[in-house]
Design a protein around this ligand. Structure first.
Ligand code: K1U
Ligand code: ZN
Length: 167
């Protein structure tokens, strides 16, 4: 299975809002499995289709220590959130950058599985943070947008410099 190339900030394609998935077919199942392999290989605990330049509402996540609890969420929707926590976040599209972000502590997310069945996941801790982070990707938002304009400017300059050096 191929590892998919991951878009890097500040690539403008990361700002594209993803559209709802209307058909769950073998092509979508293939994409979900390729995304999962890409996430595990990175390594990461989540990946949104936006990050692999597919603008459909699909995310994969596995925040377990044993890396054997893969979640594949089609058309994920926040149903409920409560509490708040501040924790360190990273992003595979913003390599080498970590910062503290405030998020809800617990979330309930509704979604379709790859058989088209409606499911919900109740999450707290890292999985909760990860699902919130990935759903923002689908809306074209990146975690650095929670940071100050000065930090965003510095991060943008750092990544543009890295891109020039590696080109
Ligand atoms: O969306 C992404 O870019 C994936 C991102 C998800 C995420 C990480 C931390 C907080 C919120 C969301 C990552 O997976 S970055 C890599 C990472 O944090 C990690 C990788 C391996 C093991 C544990 C963490
Ligand atoms: Zn991310």
């Amino acid at each position: 299975m191929p590892l998919l190339p991951i878009l890097r900030y500040p690539d403008p394609r990361l700002k594209t809002p993803a559209t709802a998935i209307t058909e769950i077919d073998d092509e979508l199942r293939r994409l979900a499995l390729d995304m999962a392999e890409t996430m595990y290989g990175a390594p990461g605990i989540g990946l949104a289709a936006t990050q692999v330049n597919v603008h459909k509402r699909l995310i994969v996540a596995d925040a377990s220590e044993t890396r054997d609890r893969l979640l594949i969420l089609v058309n994920p929707e926040l149903i409920q959130s409560e509490g708040s926590r501040v924790g360190e976040e990273g992003c595979l599209s913003v390599p080498g950058v970590y910062d503290k972000i405030e998020r809800a502590e617990r979330v309930v997310v509704g979604y379709l599985d790859l058989d088209g069945n409606r499911q919900t996941v109740e999450a707290e801790g890292m999985l909760s943070v990860c699902l919130q982070h990935e759903m923002e990707h689908l809306d074209g938002k990146i975690f650095v947008e929670h940071l100050s304009p000065l930090k965003q400017k510095r991060i943008r300059a750092k990544l543009l410099k890295q891109a020039r050096v590696t080109a």
